[in-house]
Design a protein around this ligand. Sequence first.
Ligand SMILES: C[S@@+](CC[C@H](N)C(=O)[O-])C[C@H]1O[C@@H](n2cnc3c(N)ncnc32)[C@H](O)[C@@H]1O
Length: 386
Amino acid sequence: MWFDMDCKSVKFKLFACENICYLPFGARAPSLRLHTSLHLAPLPLASLSGGKAVFLAAGAALLLLLVARRRKARAARRGVLQVLRDAEQSTPYVDGSPIYRKLVKRQAYASESLRLAMEQPDEFESLFMRLSQKDVAKGCIDPELVGVLRDTAVVSVRRRGRGESAEWCEMRLPAFMAHLANPMALLDPEVAEDATPLWSDGSWTGTLIWDSAVHATEFLLSNEAWRASLEGESVLELGCGLGLPGIVCALLGAAPVVLTDRGAVAALAEEGCRANPQLAAVRGVTLEWEEAAVKDLVTKHFNGQPPGVIIACDCIFAPMFGDSFLLLEVLSALAGPKTRIIVGLERRPKDGAEAFFTLAERAGFRTTLLLRVDRVVVVEMQLESC
Ligand SMILES: C[S@@+](CC[C@H](N)C(=O)[O-])C[C@H]1O[C@@H](n2cnc3c(N)ncnc32)[C@H](O)[C@@H]1O
């Protein structure tokens, strides 16, 4: 009797007592290249009846299958960890977030499928100055302007139609930039100011578009299999900020699509959805990362079922958001066996990303690299099925 297992060709051959069966498994080809092959010595089966031998062989085959899958998962995780390390060393940290920096300097980002630009009211100091100076006197920071004057993110997405036809869909998303916050509160916590929480808990970061969200969005727009699979799929975005990837999922046919973040940012996302008719079915909803709130959200917006896709971009950043593993707890509470999770991140010093993915594997998630661009890494996570 011989076993011959080849994970690369995703085919399994079982030779037992002259019978040959083919057991296909795991329809998905591994996206990190790896090859496992196991060869066993012939077993003396002469004394067993044909039925028993097949039974024994099937049991042993199953065992081998489990071992091979575990090995494959471990190799994939090692692969993702190596990619994270490579990303961290790829460019100097000061050169990070090139897309974000372009946008705050009011330069446009443009690719084959996506265009982004920031607009600001004429009265305002440039975004770049407001963010870099954090100075009330120099920056245009006036709480009176909140809700009246806003920056705007102009987002254009190229949707493919039938055949070669394509159309650009433009949306204008309200964005708060630094003018929302009183930076004096950063220096003096006693300063009472409505907009202060936007700074103090890191949620001001959600009023801008960050590089990993852009790259994850590009991935969704360019990957044929993912694009097709989004039709009718339920999508939840965590720490959504302006909600770019979630919005693009909705444009690609996903429903329901729920964008979530802390209060002020979620309100901004909701306002963006209400301002653009293409996003009539998309909701921006407040969600703090804690278990009870998560359960409540799933009951209200997903009929109690785990979302098909969960997206979290630039949400692993330990120094700013405290314990990033809160995110992992939330993902564990949300995900079902069929849920595909897209985690986008940009490597920053001591961001906790490697520990996050190591713990994710221990929590039962399989990780697969989707793409890396310099410091940005986008990973798919899915619960191991057995
Ligand atoms: C760097 S921003 C990313 C925004 C957007 N995803 C992007 O990539 O452009 C991180 C977001 O995570 C949100 N966030 C951080 N900790 C959170 C928590 N405990 N509960 C809910 N949202 C949180 C912040 O409010 C912020 O909007």
